[in-house]
Design a protein around this ligand. Structure first.
Ligand code: SF4
Length: 231
């Protein structure tokens, strides 16, 4: 599996649980706001055997592991990695995904405790926002259903860049969450450029104002609470 990097311990990737973070390399989307753009190419990162990844996660003081990227599910051996990481019941296994590979995700779910699920835009604008040759929405929708019907916790979230999304996208996503019967928190992350954001893209994107983000949280459907990440 191609790996971008492995961080021994993080206190921010899974709420309340210190986790080791594995960044897989390669992604089949091309979001303009990507904060890890250097690992979008499938040829990025370095090849690591599953045993070596597992070994690297052992011995740290973490209580779990978060697999992120890139898009982890483009790696067909991801379920094997998760199976090997699933050593003890009190070890939290979390996956970050954008859901474009339900055929791989379905085989990961039996090993997972939670899934951060990035919902990118109004379904009708998906292809435009993630810049793929074909519309990925039908597969993303299938993945949402898979996680919702699994034992893993579904943690939906969206990154909001001011001139990429609008209130209309967020209303469409909230409608979808309501339709699939989701109840719980929906995380809204304010876009900010980081060292990993492509400079040319960052120049085109607008950091939304606090008021703009706060206005998105008005009138959420009953049972859905929007949590704003404004840093
Ligand atoms: S899905 Fe994630 S890793 Fe892939 S391009 Fe978009 S933000 Fe970057």
């Amino acid at each position: 599996m191609r790996i971008g990097s492995i961080i021994d311990i993080s206190l921010v990737d899974v709420p309340g649980i210190p986790v080791t973070v594995v960044f897989t390399a390669g992604c089949n989307f091309d979001c303009s706001y990507c904060q890890n753009a250097q690992i979008i190419p499938r040829s990025s990162g370095t090849d690591m055997p599953i045993q070596a990844i597992v070994k690297k996660t052992q011995g740290s003081l973490s209580s779990g592991c978060c697999i992120t990227g890139g898009e982890p599910t483009i790696h067909r051996d991801l379920p094997q990695l998760l199976k090997q990481l699933r050593q003890k019941d009190d070890y939290h296994l979390n996956l970050n995904t954008q859901g474009s590979m339900p055929e791989v995700l379905k085989n990961c779910l039996p090993y997972l405790d939670s899934v951060w699920f990035d919902i990118k835009a109004d379904p009708i604008r998906y292809r435009e926002v993630v810049r793929t040759p074909n519309d990925p929405w039908p597969k993303v929708r299938e993945s949402i259903d898979l996680v919702m019907s699994s034992d893993a916790a579904f943690w939906p979230r969206t990154t909001y860049a001011g001139n990429l999304l609008s209130n209309r996208d967020i209303r469409a996503i909230l409608e979808l969450l309501e339709k699939v019967g989701y109840q719980g928190e929906y995380v809204m992350q304010k876009y900010v450029a980081s060292a990993g954001t492509r400079k040319a893209e960052a120049a085109r994107l607008r950091v939304p104002t606090r008021e703009e983000i706060e206005s998105l949280a008005r009138d959420t459907p009953p049972g859905i609470k929007m949590r704003l990440e404004l840093f």
